[in-house]
Write a protein that binds this ligand. Sequence first.
Ligand code: G4P
Length: 190
Amino acid sequence: MNFLEKKILEEAIVLEESILKVDHFINQQLDIEILRYIGQQFATHFSDKAITKILTVEASGIAFALATALNMGDIPVVFAKKGLSKLNSDDYSAVVYSFTRKQNTNIWVNKKYIKAQDKILIIDDFLANGSAVSGLIEIGTAAGAQISGIGIVIEKSFQGGRAVIEEKGYSVFSLARIASLANNQIVMAE
Ligand code: G4P
C-alpha cells in the first residue's frame, strides 16, 4: 500500500457509498507532504514521455499539476477554466457532463496555451465517469497536440471512467484505485 492509499484508508470519509470526502488534504485544505509525494510519483512515472506541458482543469486539479511540474523540470501548467468562454475562435472548449453534480459544464483553454508540438500530460484529482478527462483530451487533440500521459490522484474504479478513457486509446495511471465504497467501507483495488 502506498502513502496516499494509507492516508485515504485512515482519514477519508465515505458519503452515500459513492463519494469520498477528502477535503482536508485534497479538495480544500492541501496536505503538502501528500502533495509532494503525488508530484514525485507522477514525475517519476511519466519521466520518459518528454512532456512539454501539463493540462488540468480548475480548481482541485491545479495543485497536483503544479506539484508534478515542479518535479518535471518546471514545465508549464495550463488549466482549463470552467464556464462560458467568449465562444470565439480563440479558445478550445469542451462540454463536460458531471455525473456527480448532474450538470453540464463548459471548459475552455485559450489557443495560445496549447500548440500542435506539445506533448501533454493530463492530471486530475478524481476519475469517476471520465467526463473531465475526456474534455481535456478533446481540448488537447483539437490543438493537434499529443496526449502523452494521463495521471489521476484517486480513481473510483467502480465507476466507468477508466473504460471510457481506454476506449479512446489512452492508458490511465492512478495513484490510488478505489474498488468499492459499498457500506461506506473503502476497499482499494488490488
Ligand atoms: P468525471 O469527470 O470523472 O466524470 O467525474 P464527475 O463528473 O462525476 O466529477 C465531478 C466533480 O466531482 C469533479 O470535481 C470531481 O473531481 C468530483 N468528484 C467525483 N467523485 C468524487 C469523490 O468521490 N469525491 C470528491 N471529493 N470529489 C469527487 P469538480 O466539479 O471539477 O470540482 P473542483 O475540481 O472544482 O473541486
